[in-house]
Design a protein. Structure first.
Length: 151
């Protein structure tokens, strides 16, 4: 059975939510959706399954989908757990993707804002179109795909 659903947000746990939110705001034009969150208490403990959970952060409206579009939720827990190094071939969530007009220029902006190149810019066929793309990392090492499609 399919349930009625609408995509709402993707959550990203950050070491420093303010710095990571500034990166996504400055590089990709994401916009804050107030209020900033400062959450703790029994409901958060039960809902997350993390005893004593406390987190702070913000939702950022993702570009290109209007005022009711999905958000990127960036939170920092007061008691984080270290994660393995991101890898494109690791099962689970892999990356965020942004359509950009110029992949090399977008990669340069990511690097200038504290991110890193992860792969090389390539162009591949996709049916009767082509896509130019590359993987990069945000300042905390999360993978981000930058892509531009031909007309």
């Amino acid at each position: 059975m399919t349930i009625p659903a609408r995509y709402a947000h993707t959550n990203l746990i950050a070491r420093d939510w303010r710095a990571l939110a500034a990166f996504y705001r400055d590089v990709f034009g994401c916009t804050p959706v107030p209020p900033e969150r400062n959450l703790r208490g029994p409901a958060l403990d039960r809902g997350t399954g993390v005893p004593g959970a406390e987190l702070r952060g913000v939702h950022l409206r993702l570009p290109g989908h209007g005022p009711d579009g999905p958000t990127l939720e960036i939170f920092t827990y007061t008691t984080p757990v270290e994660a393995p190094t991101p890898a494109p071939n690791r099962p689970g969530y892999g990356h965020l993707a942004f359509a950009v007009p110029d992949v090399p220029a977008a990669l340069a902006a990511v690097v200038a804002a504290g991110g890193r190149a992860f792969g090389e810019v390539v162009t591949t066929a996709a049916g009767d179109r082509a896509v130019t793309w590359v993987y990069a990392q945000d300042p905390e090492g999360n993978l981000v795909e930058l892509q531009a499609w031909s007309a």
